[in-house]
Design a protein around this ligand. Structure first.
Ligand code: BGP
Length: 479
């Protein structure tokens, strides 16, 4: 008998910019990903100041969910999804982020998407800002470094809360907000890349800007949560962190301390603010280490206290190790890599596969906060191969997901209150880190390739039927 809640939210997750396409349709403005070219596992993406003719920008067409959403949501329903995590593309609603009135055509698109979900009995879980900052805000304010963005974000929140109050109950204020604690986050998350063009691995790291931007995001998040609680008591508001699970490489106390510092900076710094409503005591040491001086306004700290989230969500793909010994072999990872763990295998992109780490992580988070948790991203990015008969036998993906679900169930047995599970990229989409299609996560294959070719047709992979069975049995049948 399943130990999971009867109303466990099984589903899948995507982000608007990675699947919608239609980047300039119906009044949509340009967002940061619209300025990022295709990359690969070996070649980083490039950021361009203007849209260069003849260059491929994967977000421009993506998998054209904009025109295929009915077919796609019907396939999700066929798998038995209870929830669909997607995001709203800010620039569909406010093309530059700075307009005073929302774009009706953009609002109408998400009406259609949410109505379609409802028709199939699927609950939307909406990320308000998922790496989709209006590019105009980067150019004018250096992204979230500008305090003005708090006001623009609130205009956006008010417009979508008002419009979708009867259609959406679950909201996440920012995707992987802790990306701002890492150099990588400057492009997609904080948007502190004004004037930058070139390869994404060349973006200069400016911790002062990142941490200031992050403070503005915390204030904006708290303001949105407070406003939602006051005006729409039916809403459930969540945070979203990219959980970077790390272990000390050895029992050398140097490794232990270093790992503690890393876990604090990358994981707990942001969620302590969003869940507990205050900067943790160790923040000062982080600011000191990076030479950061935060500018705060009167009332900011009170606001953080008043806008704490109702549930905690996170992405989990991999883990890594922390070593004081710089000579250790390193490994890749989403947002952050680390030292290689000799006990773990890696994905084709070098991310270490660690299902037990998910159980450990769920327990750590729940011990710390005691609010409901949800795993809103998890999955295996892989090169899928189409057989001669057209089938895609992604047993490696099934193995990955099965192992993680088993550990998730283990965590529930340990006492964790887990609301749901939405594996990443339930339909193939553009990779956030590399901008490629070749890194596939889906239960549904999409005929779209990195050279821009493909007729965009959809096809069920082997994992499609497997996941359907998992959902139908509420996690009992993982065979
Ligand atoms: C997370 C992002 C997603 C997603 C995922 C997988 O960091 O929230 O947007 O893309 O990682 O990463 P990638 O697409 O780089 O494989």
């Amino acid at each position: 008998m399943s130990v999971l809640r009867k109303d466990f939210l099984w589903g899948g997750a995507v982000a608007a910019n990675q699947l919608e396409g239609a980047w300039d349709v119906d009044g949509k403005g340009e967002s940061v990903p619209d300025h990022c070219t295709t990359g690969s596992a070996k070649t980083p993406k490039r950021v361009t100041a203007t849209i260069e003719p003849g260059t491929l920008y994967p977000s421009h067409e993506a998998i054209d969910f904009y025109h295929h959403y009915e077919e796609d949501i019907a396939l999700f329903a066929e798998m038995g999804f209870k929830v669909f995590r997607t995001s709203i593309n800010w620039t569909r609603i406010f093309p530059t982020g700075m307009e005073s009135e929302p774009n009706e055509a953009g609002l109408a698109f998400y009406d259609r998407v949410f109505d379609c979900c409802k028709k199939h009995g699927i609950e939307p879980l909406v990320t308000i800002s998922h790496y989709e900052l209006p590019y105009a805000l980067v150019e004018k304010y250096n992204g979230w470094e500008g305090r003005e963005l708090i006001g623009y974000y609130m205009n956006y929140c008010k417009a979508i809360f008002e419009r979708y109050q009867d259609k959406v109950k679950y909201w996440l204020t920012f995707n992987e907000i802790n990306a701002g604690t890492m150099a990588f986050g400057a492009l997609l998350s904080t948007g502190t890349v004004k004037g930058f063009t070139g390869y994404t691995n060349e973006i200069p790291d400016k911790p002062q800007e990142r941490f200031q931007a992050l403070h503005h995001q915390f204030v904006a998040s708290a303001m949105a949560v407070k406003y939602a609680h006051e005006h729409y008591p039916q809403f459930k508001m969540g945070n979203m962190d990219c959980f970077i699970t790390s272990y000390p490489m050895t029992c050398n106390p140097d490794d232990i301390l270093l790992n503690q510092a890393k876990m604090r900076e990358m994981n707990w710094y942001c969620s302590d603010v969003q869940v507990r409503g205050e900067y943790p005591a160790f923040s000062k040491s982080i600011w000191k280490k990076h030479g950061v001086t935060l500018k705060m306004e009167p009332g900011d700290l009170e606001l953080l206290k008043e806008g704490t989230v109702d549930f905690y969500t996170f992405s989990y793909y991999m883990s890594n190790c922390v070593s004081a010994d710089m000579s250790k072999e390193t490994t890749a990872g989403n947002l952050a890599g680390g030292a290689k763990n000799p006990y773990l295998a890696t994905s084709d992109w070098g991310w270490q596969i660690d299902p037990k780490g998910l159980r450990w992580t769920l327990n750590e988070i729940y011990d710390r906060y005691r609010i409901p948790l949800m795993v809103v991203e998890n999955g295996l990015g892989a090169y899928d191969k189409k057989e001669a008969d057209g089938s895609i036998n992604d047993d490696y993906r099934i193995d990955y997901l099965r192992a993680h679900i088993e550990q998730m169930i283990g965590a529930v047995e340990d006492g964790v209150d887990l609301m749901g599970y939405t594996p990443w990229g339930c339909i193939d989409l553009v990779s956030a880190s590399t901008g490629e299609m070749a890194k596939r996560y889906g239960f549904i294959y999409v005929e779209k390739y990195d050279d821009g070719s493909g007729d965009l047709s959809r096809k069920k992979k082997k994992s499609f039927d497997w996941y359907k069975k998992v959902i139908a049995s509420n996690g009992d049948d993982l065979a």
